[in-house]
Design a protein around this ligand. Sequence first.
Ligand code: DOR
Ligand code: ZN
Length: 448
Amino acid sequence: MAPPPVRRGRSERREEEGADPKLVLAGRGLVHGRLEPIEVAIGDDGRILSVGKIRAGPVRRDLGDAVILPAATDLHVHFRDPGGSPDVEDLNSGTVGAALGGVGLVGEMPNTRPPVVDPEALAEKADRVAGRAAVDVLLYAFAPTRRVGALARVAGGFKLYTSPTTGTESGIPPAEIPGRLAPVGDAGLPLAVHAEDARRFDGAVEPRDPVGWNAHRPIPAEASAIEALRDPPPALRLHVAHVTNAAAAALLRARATSFEVTPHHLLLSDRAGTDARFKVNPPLRTEAERRGLWEAFARGEVPAVASDHAPHSAEEKARPFPEAPSGVPGVETMLPLLLTRVRAGDLSLETLVRAASDRPARMVGQPTGRVAPGHRAHLIVVDFRVRRSVEARRLRSPCGWSPFEGREAVPVLEHYRDGERIVEAGEYVGRPNGRVVRPEYAPGAPTA
Ligand code: DOR
Ligand code: ZN
């Protein structure tokens, strides 16, 4: 007797692909920009074997109408480890928060203590990842003037601050920028730049609230720093961090320079609140600027979204505005907040997935960010019918507050890392097996 059709289909595919899946996820997914039923087969090596109408797998998980998406890559976080207080954040709490927020890879910034300025500090930081990180970690080093090669063997990117901010008392003055770009140009790694020109800060303004902070560190300061990056060395993979306004976004796009925007600049204006919880560098801008940035993002004109997760303790943020540190947490809320905009019809899911998952993974040469054969099965599951509001006390970060308190969000229900479930029913159930990653292939075109 002939075997039932499903078995026949299965054996044909086995010949084609040479492997049985360890897991099949059946749900809905993006197919040519539309949500369609899909089945994702995951192999023993944690890679996606095939996507489409599949076979009866040995372990099959039927997710119904829930949506399977690639986990995000957040290229900009500050987990304060080493040298920070675990009551605010560390590599473990930060990466568990990332996992819960659907982020499968974080780019961890070098303004920790000691600062990552040499291979020794970088090695010390890399040692802290094993056994503690819930997701993969790409480490940035400060853009060096020497020992670039030794740093580039461990680092996944470099960072340059053009102005003072947390952990960097002095930025690199514009005149020195070209000299800093040249050495890292040949390393093949991205150089992320914090672009604010301190010469354009308005000393006459005494900032007492976010409106004043925006007046004190205004858009022309950002524009001037971006101008100083006009002619990067051809080999350099320049990436401008946290662009706050549509004019800067359009300029960088015209130059085919990679850049990112943050959820706080997309969703919060300088009138979102009056206290230092809304103090961040670069500052929150006016509502008109925020809307302009949002529109560019929604049109798909922004290569990447990154959280710039930068927690400080509630006590520090309760200080008088001028003395309080800058920075807001956001790694766990980035995707859920933006998924809510998708549900509201303000943003296409495809545009979000490109900016949060596909392009940032390609910028750092990672085989993730797509639900496609050969990619690591870093996948998340969301259900647009489930709504939850952001409550800082439910977030993993010990800092205990969020600038997005009370906002509606679409929670990440499940998160798979190499096909292993690390978030189940919105709870973290994983093991700390995240590792330090470097580009596995030449980083891809940033604006594609
Ligand atoms: O607001 C900010 N906070 N901007 C930065 O550039 C650094 C960050 C931090 O580390 O707190
Ligand atoms: Zn930052």
